[in-house]
Design a protein around this ligand. Sequence first.
Ligand code: SF4
Ligand code: SF4
Ligand code: FES
Length: 254
Amino acid sequence: MSKNKVHLKIRRQDGPDKPDTRRWEEFEVPLLPQMNVISALQQIQLEPKTKDGKGVAPVAWDCSCLEEICGACTMIINGAVRQACSALVEEIAPHGETIVIEPMSKFPLVRDLVVDRAKMFEDLKRVKAWIEIDGTHDLGAGPRESAEQQQVRYALSRCMTCGCCLEACPNVNDSSHFMGPAAINQVRYFNLHPTGQHQRTERLESMMQRGGVAECGKAQNCVEVCPKSIPLIDSIGHVARDTTQHMILRWLLG
Ligand code: SF4
Ligand code: SF4
Ligand code: FES
């Protein structure tokens, strides 16, 4: 352990269909000012050698915005799911402790720390997480929205589809189809929009299907890990209530 070096222990695998290559590798890179986990990974890329001096393939990871906006760099760091770009080395390993890095486990592995989050984007399509517009011609001003409503919706809008909440959710697993809290939150977000309300019924219908809101076990792990502090439990509660009301109305009206 040295305070001038960053010690990293990284879970590696050469490809999705190569589970036999699953292994840990350890690296040591120079500690730089204001370093985050992404910059430590970049240092490995400059000279990909384990701490024993063995040359290896560069570690693969994903990133884009480098300011906790895109969610691409989400991984498990010292056992907690979070974004690597906002994980400062001096905060997570103040005395030169080893930083343990693994890929998220609830998504298909692509390579090393890269996973495929396509499931989340497919679920956004399932719940129609958008506002439909009729052509591109000028329709004039849209419906007014109160400042209070804007504030509620702003909090819900901050989701970056990072996957932390799915990683933490016990009901998202290999034997379930539960879409997880991020898509449910988007149902609330778009159903609150004055124009988005036109697709409210379709969104609630999607919540009644396999993988919908009824599969939430209310363990509340999701809200603990959301880096954007989105009130996921409130959203799940609202959507569950609206879905139940919609089911009853549908039954009554035949
Ligand atoms: S409340 Fe629990 S079961 Fe429901 S989405 Fe959150 S973590 Fe998953
Ligand atoms: S709800 Fe939060 S944890 Fe879940 S995907 Fe969105 S930003 Fe990430
Ligand atoms: S690179 Fe975009 S959130 Fe980290």
